[in-house]
Design a protein around this ligand. Structure first.
Ligand code: HEC
Ligand code: HEC
Length: 335
């Protein structure tokens, strides 16, 4: 799989790395990511400077099923390019057909997300990668076996050497995967063209939908900013399904019961089904949920109330959500 990744090589700039405290000896072709207009810079951790070599290696690892016990499940099995790196199945399925617990979220613009997983249980992309590799219902891979398996492939050995100056290790695998995922960014939707001044990029119905989104329907109070998420943990009134108590799983605080990280809505047309458990098959179902003010559940956010939208307003809202699709990212090409 080839992927055109635009990275601005920053070795000549110095400035972008000067403030980051990276020792010269750690820097192998340091690069910064070009981001779409209107987007903030993507934070790159000091301990894992971005390089084109790590990104290329991370991409190869991401799409490689040999990283799983059975050699059949890659990261991309549950994060499909054509689904904006989400999974069309309500609940992801791992090795031996084992069924997981949650719907796989889109990884588009994941480099901006502060706390990973629906419940915020992973702090960095580097740390997160270990979870699917080891989980018995995902890739079920013994980490020692993983390193020996990769080490047996001479072309991998060469790529690790180029990226890290040494052979494969768990740290290198997770750093490469994280580096690749930071490059999955997207801001090329019709909505973005509209924001940039192309007034006719949106139809009248889509513009009405945008007004509802920001106004009467109150969506923007949580789905805010250029990613359409304020990254808060909220209870939007989906009925409780055992055993998922959301954010409270991590914090053990009843005040966080059934709260999930507000998802980005970029490319939402392509990331069905919806919510942490994939309970809604269509965006129309999602709008019905909000129109009714969600289910009557403990800890529901005060922002979730019946909306009493007309049928045509519901249609306009769905039409607006469709304008957030970036066709380019769905082909596997970075913007
Ligand atoms: C069997 C399906 C499956 C496989 C394989 C898989 N994932 Fe995931 N991924 C998921 C699910 C489900 C979640 C959500 C889990 C949760 O929130 O508890 C997730 C969440 C994530 C997240 C956090 C997204 C967010 O919005 O917070 C990242 C990053 C990620 N996966 C990367 C990877 C990488 C890298 C690999 C390969 C090493 C991988 N995944 C393999 C199903 C999968
Ligand atoms: C109180 C904050 C809040 C408000 C207001 C809100 N949402 Fe959400 N939204 C969330 C949370 C939290 C989730 C994830 C819940 C889950 O996974 O169970 C979510 C999920 C979604 C999803 C599913 C995305 C996916 O990838 O699964 C869509 C679509 C969505 N919201 C659209 C809207 C629209 C349209 C409105 C306005 C009518 C709205 N939201 C209002 C917090 C909010």
């Amino acid at each position: 799989m080839t992927r055109r990744v635009h990275i601005l090589i920053a070795f000549a700039l110095g400035i972008s790395l000067a403030g980051c405290g990276i020792a010269d000896s750690d820097v192998r072709d340091p690069a910064v990511l070009d981001v779409p207009t209107g987007f903030e810079p993507i934070p790159i951790p000091d301990h894992n400077p971005l390089t084109a070599e790590k990104v290329a290696l991370g991409e190869r690892l991401f799409f490689d099923p040999h990283l799983s016990e059975t050699g059949t499940v890659s990261c991309a099995s549950c994060h499909l390019t054509e689904a904006a790196f989400a999974d069309p199945r309500p609940i992801s399925i791992g090795v031996h057909g084992r069924i997981g617990e949650r719907n796989s979220p889109s990884l588009v613009n994941i480099g901006y997300i502060n706390l990973l997983f629906w419940d915020g249980g992973a702090l960095t992309l580097e740390a997160q990668a270990l979870a699917p590799l080891e989980a018995d219902f995902e890739m079920n891979m013994n980490l020692g076996d993983l390193i020996s398996r990769i080490g047996e492939d001479p072309s991998y050995a060469a790529e690790f050497d180029e990226a890290f100056g040494e052979g494969p290790s768990i740290q290198n695998v997770t750093q490469a995967l994280a580096s690749f995922q930071r490059t999955i960014r997207s801001g090329g939707s019709r909505f973005d063209r509209f924001e940039a001044g192309a007034v006719d990029a949106l139809s009248a119905a889509e513009r009405r939908g945008m007004e509802l989104f920001n106004g009467k329907a109150n969506c923007a109070s949580c789905h805010a900013g250029f990613l359409f998420t304020n990254q808060a943990f909220e209870n939007n009134g989906v009925a409780f399904t055992y055993p998922d108590s959301g954010r409270a799983r991590i914090t053990i605080d009843p005040a966080d019961f059934m709260e999930f990280r507000v998802p980005s809505l970029r490319n939402v047309e392509k990331t069905a089904p919806y919510m942490h458990d994939g309970r809604f098959a269509t965006l129309e179902d999602v709008i019905e949920h909000y129109d009714e003010g969600g289910s009557d559940v403990r800890n529901k956010s005060a922002l979730i109330e019946p909306l009493r939208l007309t049928e045509s307003e519901k249609g306009d809202l769905v039409a607006f959500l469709h304008t957030l699709t970036d066709e380019v990212i769905l082909t596997g090409l970075a913007p």
